[in-house]
Design a binder for this molecule. Structure first.
Ligand code: PLP
Length: 388
């Protein structure tokens, strides 16, 4: 198919739930992707924080091909060595004791909500305005943005919203019925919003005092994105439950619900399940992904190169009054612009850089963690050229 045929066919046969950018991506490697005409782009979208190990990593390709010849899927009615090895590896890397395998961020959050309700015997989940937790009915209800809920009533009950980064509102919102507070350590979709340093530790303290659970949605922030393996490490705050997805399996669908033993043990056989959760194929790739993080020092790279990148972006303020703020941690970076700047996406694309604008006015960069300084320099150069 040529470029136009791909677009026309997708528009005809796929439900129109996505506003797509005008680009057909044909292949990719490392931090770069290429269209059908062979044009090269530095990918600062990275599947929206999914491709942290870059595109088509050779190790992943090898493991994937080998595992596909051995065993792809069996039901969770059986044990597999691939799942055993990965479960041990990821749990030991986390501050938790047990994991449940899901297939997406929304599904991981659904699992966390169910677990919190089952463990506490209470129904109410407090979430924050501006948050994003997924598109299933429970997780879109958990999401603190009206636009994702419109048209889907009736919504499940049991959710309550407070302002992000406001500990007083959290204190006031907790009732006898509260099971948990669910929060992103840094809000992604609403424009890379970093809370004050004492916000998450204060939430931890509050949850302990009130005997409710603290759940961190690390679907976007997890796996080195913020310069620590888990963003919770940025403020040394250990939640009771952590959810992850995006970067977990290098682009294959995988979600994680990680919890402490006492809480995790509230789930009994039959309480929760997922047909595709933790297949041999996905677990073998996810194991390779963790090895790649270690071998290529990706978490440290995210921290160091993120700092380098943010300093360079910060310097653009001198020539561009439209920049309100450059913010983020590691390689999760946003430039807050003083107008709705969606048009910048096409302008950057024309110059060989893929970016994304979230919340209308925030340019978001979540590139592969192995992106080089040379590539980041080029990104800054392009942003400098396209900003008014
Ligand atoms: N939670 C957060 C913080 C997210 O950023 C996202 C997706 O952007 C989700 C949950 C939902 O993940 P998924 O699209 O895999 O269901």
């Amino acid at each position: 198919m040529n470029t136009q045929e791909v677009k026309d066919t997708l528009d005809t046969y796929v439900m129109h739930t996505y506003g797509r950018y005008d680009l057909v991506i044909d292949h990719g490697h490392g931090s770069k992707v290429y269209d059908k005409e062979g044009n090269e782009y530095i990918d600062c979208v990275a599947g929206i924080a999914v491709n942290s190990i870059g595109h088509t990593h050779e190790k992943v390709a090898k493991v994937l091909a080998e595992q596909a010849k051995k065993l792809i899927h069996v039901s969770n009615l059986y044990y597999t060595e691939e799942q055993a090895k990965y479960a041990e590896k990821i749990v030991k890397k986390s501050p938790h004791d047990k994991v449940f395998f899901a297939n997406s961020g929304a599904e991981a959050n659904e699992g966390a909500i169910k677990l919190a309700r089952k463990y506490t015997g209470k129904g109410e989940i407090i979430t924050t305005n501006g948050s994003f937790h997924g598109r299933t009915l429970a997780t879109l209800t958990a999401t603190g943005q009206d636009k994702v809920k419109k048209g889907f009533a009736p919504l499940p009950s049991g959710f309550k919203y407070i302002d992000y980064n406001n500990i007083k509102q959290a204190e006031e919102a907790i009732t006898e019925d509260t099971a948990a507070i669910l929060v992103e350590p840094i809000q992604g979709e609403s424009g890379v919003r970093v809370p004050d340093d004492d916000y998450l530790p204060s939430l931890r303290k509050l949850c302990d005092e009130k005997n409710i659970l603290l759940i961190f949605d690390e679907v976007q922030t997890g796996f080195g994105r913020t310069g620590k393996f888990f963003a919770s490490e940025l403020t040394n705050t250990v939640p009771d439950i952590t959810t992850c997805a995006k970067a977990v399996a290098g682009g294959l669908p995988m979600g994680l619900v990680l919890a402490n033993k006492e809480i995790a043990d509230a789930f009994n056989p039959g309480d929760h399940a997922s047909t595709f959760g933790g297949t041999a194929l996905v677990c073998s790739v996810a194991s390779a992904v963790l090895d790649i993080y270690d071998e290529e020092n990706l978490v440290q790279k995210s921290q160091d190169n993120g700092k380098y990148f943010m300093e360079k972006l910060e310097s653009l303020k001198e020539n561009h009054d439209c920049i309100n703020e450059v913010r983020g941690r590691g390689l999760m970076v946003g430039i807050d612009i003083n107008y709705d700047c969606g048009d910048l996406v096409a302008k950057a694309q024309e110059k060989g850089v893929l970016i994304n604008v979230t919340n209308g006015n925030v340019i978001r960069f979540v590139p592969p963690l192995l992106i080089t300084r040379e590539e980041l320099d080029k990104v800054v150069e392009v942003i400098d050229e396209i900003l008014p």
